[in-house]
Design a protein around this ligand. Structure first.
Ligand code: SAM
Length: 286
């Protein structure tokens, strides 16, 4: 496990001690919800067989395996992540599936010394919103690209466009004394929600032809489970997860009831459907 130090020390702690173990437990469920956005990003990446790919913030490895499939046995994928529990899970899956062209590295993508100019594609599904110094991080990622290499990632649009993530926390909020929210752009799921800032940031990091494509769809947050299971799941992930941590039982129970009530109007014959919106961002290295 890497030490929680350097510019992203707080995130290294968070993804190893708080969110990583939870994510491993819920991997299948979360994967099913966010998979379509990863497919959008993969389509935008226009992968060719034989390509060399870095998967940034690869987590439990789902996208690394899909990328490896797309580049074939002559291509390679390197998944980089700060979370030891998530990478341990990824490595077990890789060995079970015998994916010979996938490697995982436990490292901070912002500060890692990549082999310069060796990669065709830097890819990420929701793994690039947590850098303390995003411009430095994206410049570092650019250094591993060959001339003409591509950057393609998915990141969340604004909180208001993502009730599937923001609604449980909002419904529970009145039961907790909330600390003031972090300033816009701080590391977290919505840090890259402003497309204009993303374009400026990536241009500043040396990328060209930066484009942000909007993708919006409904997510079935129940994934076949009961509304009670869904409430429990939603209270553990995203912004709501930190609210419930260490909260007294009475407050937690009242907050869970509020989430339950907020979900009721969204029950459909397809499950419990809430809106979600992401940017698929594409850019190139000259
Ligand atoms: C929201 S999860 C997405 C995981 C995975 N890409 C997926 O879609 O299932 C964000 C991931 O980014 C990783 N991460 C955060 N900051 C990072 C950094 N500086 N370097 C590498 N990985 C990082 C976290 O450990 C976590 O696995």
């Amino acid at each position: 496990m890497i030490e929680a130090k350097g510019p992203n020390a707080e995130q290294i702690h968070y993804w190893n001690e708080v969110s990583g173990p939870k994510w491993v437990r819920l991997d299948e469920t979360i994967g099913a919800m966010i998979r379509p956005f990863g497919v959008d990003a993969m389509n935008a990446a226009k992968l060719q067989s034989g390509e060399q790919v870095v998967d940034v913030g690869c987590g439990c490895g789902e996208t690394s395996f899909a990328l490896a499939e797309a580049v074939g046995s002559t291509g390679n994928v390197l998944g980089v992540d700060i979370s030891d529990p998530m990478l341990t899970h990824a490595t077990q899956n890789r060995d079970r599936m015998n994916k010979l062209n996938v490697k995982f590295l436990n490292a901070d993508a912002q500060t890692l010394g990549f082999s310069l100019g060796t990669q065709d594609l830097v890819f990420s599904r929701f793994g690039v919103m947590f850098f303390a110094e995003p411009e430095i991080a994206f410049a570092n990622l650019r250094s591993c690209l060959k001339p003409g290499g591509r950057l393609v990632f998915a990141c969340w649009q604004a909180r208001e466009k993502n009730p599937w993530l923001a609604m449980p926390a909002a419904a529970a909020a009145s039961h907790f004394n909330l600390p003031p929210g972090p300033p816009p752009g701080s590391p977290g799921p919505f840090s890259m929600s402003d497309p204009q800032r993303t374009v400026e940031l990536l241009n500043g990091a040396g990328y060209r032809s930066v484009e942000c494509h909007s993708v919006e769809r409904k997510i079935d947050v129940s994934i076949g489970k009961s509304i009670e299971d869904t409430v429990s799941f939603l209270s553990q992930m995203g912004p709501a997860g930190s609210l419930f941590k260490d909260a007294p039982r009475e407050k937690s129970e009242a907050a869970l009831r509020s989430i339950h009530e907020a979900l009721l109007p969204h029950q459909t014959s397809n499950g419990i459907e809430l809106d979600a919106a992401a940017w698929v961002v594409t850019a190139t290295r000259d």
